[in-house]
Design a protein around this ligand. Structure first.
Ligand SMILES: Cc1ncc(COP(=O)(O)O)c(C=O)c1O
Length: 400
């Protein structure tokens, strides 16, 4: 007998989680592995946020909340969108969920009919295609080469749209590439979308505060206000406030979509943890200096990684413009042999070699829809990154 529903047969577990598990398994055997697989800030959550959670718990904020989120958290999110993004949403246009991931899942569940297409510019966040497939949709992967900065261009978008297109996914700064879209880039995509009124836009802006070289963040909503009625802006506290474990994400969008998403939530998890919502209010309304401090640290790490990787013969790296990953090109290693005689056939083989012989866990580019690359997370200390680069260098120097 099969326990598992057929819809699961098309879904893969998260590749970054898998890389991290492989690193843990090696560590359990006593091998000293540096895990650059999973991407989460290594800073503790700022103290005033933790204090707010304590206070909320002691003050009895321990009950179920409204499915879409407490009035306080939705108001704080609406204020954030006004203050930081110049977007005008009311609390009724906002829904809070257990992480941006659940927001995306709910949005897809609320909208996808079987066979509806979602355009995913690659490289993409590993969960997008799996969620689309799980909910009966068809991912339409559009490879966005490094030569265009891994950016979706208007002509690539135009070619990908069909009568079945339901969603276009955008993610900026992008995981894994760090790619950012300027206001004019977004307006150019908006001009294409204006011709196709059946296409919705999901703009995942979760890394908005992790932006380098003095860049200013422009939300898709700000660049293309004329598309407001078919845009869902997705964000959350995980990356900006070092709160990955608190599991709070949020979105603003057309009221009927947001309502449907909160109905799904009311029948699945009821609501986000009441205490995590109180912590989110403190994060969004409180002092923002820690966010700036994190950004500076991530930029220093980005610089260190770009310098180090670019010195390694056989690897290439375009400086990431934001987020905390490096998407490293390894085309010139493909077809070559490791000291044990294994041919590096693809980026999976490269990542395996770096794990088993270099003792550095990374995630192969195939998981992000664009090969041959591998992704390392730069959300770790400069000492660890320096050691990881030395190990990668030593391993690659031995490839024949
Ligand atoms: C692009 C992108 N969106 C969403 C998420 C998930 O965020 P959350 O922790 O809010 O679920 C991640 C996490 O890695 C991500 O990289």
């Amino acid at each position: 007998m099969s326990y598992i529903a057929s819809r699961l047969s098309v879904v893969k577990p998260s590749a970054s989680m898998a890389a991290s598990q492989a690193a843990k398994a090696l560590r359990a055997k006593g091998v000293d592995v540096i895990d650059l697989g999973l991407g989460e800030p290594d800073f503790p959550t700022p103290l005033h946020i933790i204090d707010a959670a304590h206070f909320a718990a002691k003050a009895g904020q321990t009950l179920y909340t409204a499915a879409a989120g407490t009035p306080e958290v939705r108001e704080a999110v609406a204020r954030k969108f006004r203050r930081e993004n110049g977007l005008d949403y009311t609390a009724d246009d906002i829904v809070v969920a257990n992480g941006a991931k659940q927001i995306i899942f709910n949005a897809l569940m609320a909208t996808l009919e079987t066979g509806d297409e979602a355009i995913l510019p690659a490289p993409y966040f590993v969960s997008y295609p799996e969620m689309v497939k799980l909910l009966g949709g068809t991912p339409v992967v559009v490879e966005c080469p490094e030569t265009t900065g891994f950016r979706l261009t208007p002509s690539l978008l135009e070619k990908a749209i069909t009568p079945r297109t339901k969603w276009l996914f955008l993610n900026m700064p992008g995981n894994p590439s760090g790619t950012v879209y300027s206001e004019s880039d977004l307006k150019a995509l908006g001009a294409v979308l204006a011709k196709h009124p059946h296409v919705l836009v999901l703009s995942d802006e979760i890394y908005e505060h992790i932006l380098f070289d003095g860049r200013e963040f422009v939300s898709f909503g700000k660049a293309c206000p004329e598309l407001k009625e078919r845009t869902l802006i997705v964000n959350g506290v995980s990356k900006s406030y070092a709160m990955t474990g608190w599991r709070v994400g949020y979105a603003a969008g057309p009221a009927p979509l947001v309502k449907a998403m909160s109905t799904i939530q009311s029948q699945s998890c009821t609501s986000v943890c009441s205490i995590a919502q109180a912590a989110t209010v403190a994060a969004l309304n409180g002092p923002q200096d820690e966010v700036a401090r994190f950004r500076k640290a991530f930029e220093a790490r980005r610089n260190l990684v770009v310098d180090g990787i670019r010195k390694i013969n056989g690897l290439t790296l375009s400086p990431p413009e934001g987020a905390f990953y490096a998407y490293i090109g390894c085309a010139s290693l493909i077809g070559r042999k490791t000291p044990k005689g294994v041919v590096l056939e693809d980026d999976v083989a490269v990542a395996n070699y770096l794990l088993n012989d270099g003792r550095v866990a990374s995630v192969p580019g195939v998981a992000y829809g664009l090969s041959p690359y591998f992704r390392i997370s730069t959300a770790t200390s400069e000492e660890v990154l320096t050691e990881a680069i030395a190990r990668i260098n030593a391993a690659i120097a031995q490839v024949e």
